[in-house]
Design a protein around this ligand. Structure first.
Ligand SMILES: [Zn+2]
Length: 141
């Protein structure tokens, strides 16, 4: 699943928990759960770059809008996205044989794929819903 999709879920967890530790831990759990939703994964550096810039822009914007819960938002985003660091390292350093540790990357949990455009549509809906709810709970709670 895309960086921006995982990140948006992590932001929502930060807004809901208002706890950096709680958001980080639930972010890790959310990563495994979202990887089990059939989704599209890009295979190009260009796609990764666009996704990274998009995600970091979302993170910066949301943390600025809700500065009072900036810490939980940040740590929720980190927990939700950090597992894919091992995936990125495998692509950046192909000569090293990294063994995947995270359950949804190692094969311990399913990681179903869905082709473009349906696999993208799933993530656009997920990201939109998560960001909407992040703003809602960022203001209300
Ligand atoms: Zn993953």
């Amino acid at each position: 699943m895309y960086f921006s999709s995982h990140l948006s879920c992590g932001l929502l967890l930060g807004a809901l928990t208002k706890s950096s530790v709680g958001a980080f831990g639930l972010g890790l759990v959310s990563h495994a759960a979202l990887d089990m939703v059939p989704h599209h994964d890009y295979r190009s550096v260009g796609g990764a770059a666009i996704d990274l810039v998009t995600g970091l822009t979302i993170l910066s914007t949301i943390r600025t809008l809700f500065a009072d819960i900036s810490g939980p938002l940040f740590w929720g985003a980190v927990g939700a996205t950090i597992p894919d660091l091992e995936v990125a390292l495998r692509h950046v350093l192909p000569r090293y044989n990294f063994k995947a540790l995270f359950p949804s990357h190692s094969g311990a949990l399913p990681h179903p794929q869905r082709k473009f455009p349906r696999g993208v549509f799933v993530q656009v809906v997920l990201t939109t819903v998560c960001l909407f709810l992040t703003c809602y709970f960022g203001v209300v709670c």
